[in-house]
Design a protein around this ligand. Structure first.
Ligand code: IMP
Ligand code: MG
Length: 186
């Protein structure tokens, strides 16, 4: 048997994502006023969502930074182990941190990251995720802001990858795995 993978139908369009980015960005603008905010984007999945979101946050004291961590490898199931591959460049002490993520699945990565960042004495730490996959949850964690809830499919596109591919799709879709009977050679 061999497996072929393909892109499913479009679940969420670029326009729908932009609308949500505007809605959440305006909400953050109201909630934080002119306080110092550091948007912490989690590489690489959060990049498209982060660039959408940040343009709708009207705050003269907003800065951005990035972290990279891994817990997945090339598989579609979490390993439960979180490794920091790139840490912040800026100091977050006394500032409001908003972690910008692509998807909250098991919640393991973000639970770890929240504790990790809370040790540096920020004023607050919140989570803003593009997607929320509650069916995958293994720990008690909810994103403070999220744009869309998804089912238990493996999501690709708009930053989200399968084995580092499909991140560039300008919409959200899912991975289709088809098992094919190999035709015997004659
Ligand atoms: P969690 O720790 O299980 O909540 O998820 C950690 C990371 O796994 C996310 O930031 C994603 O990069 C990745 N991930 C989880 N679910 C999916 C999915 O459906 N598609 C692509 N990546 C996913
Ligand atoms: Mg990610």
């Amino acid at each position: 048997m061999s497996e072929t993978k393909s892109i499913g139908t479009i679940m969420i369009t670029e326009e729908q994502i932009r609308e949500k980015a505007k809605e959440i960005g305006e909400k953050i603008t109201k909630e934080y006023g002119d306080e110092d905010i550091v948007l912490v984007g989690i590489l690489r999945g959060a990049i498209m969502w982060m660039t959408d979101l940040m343009r709708y946050i009207d705050n003269p004291n907003l800065t951005i930074d990035f972290m990279a961590c891994s817990s997945y490898g090339a598989a579609t199931k979490t390993s439960g182990v979180v490794k920091i591959n790139k840490d912040l460049d800026s100091d977050i002490e006394g500032k409001h941190v908003i972690i910008v993520e692509d998807i909250v699945d098991s919640g393991i990565t973000l639970t770890y990251l929240m504790h990790y960042l809370e040790n540096r004495m920020p004023k607050s730490v919140k989570i803003c995720s593009l997607l929320n996959k509650p069916s995958g949850r293994k720990v008690d964690l909810e994103p403070d802001y999220y744009a869309f809830e998804v089912g238990n499919q493996f999501i690709i596109g708009y930053g989200l990858d399968y084995a580092q591919k499909y991140r560039q799709l300008p919409y959200i879709s899912y991975l289709v795995q088809e098992e094919k009977e190999e035709t015997p050679e004659e």
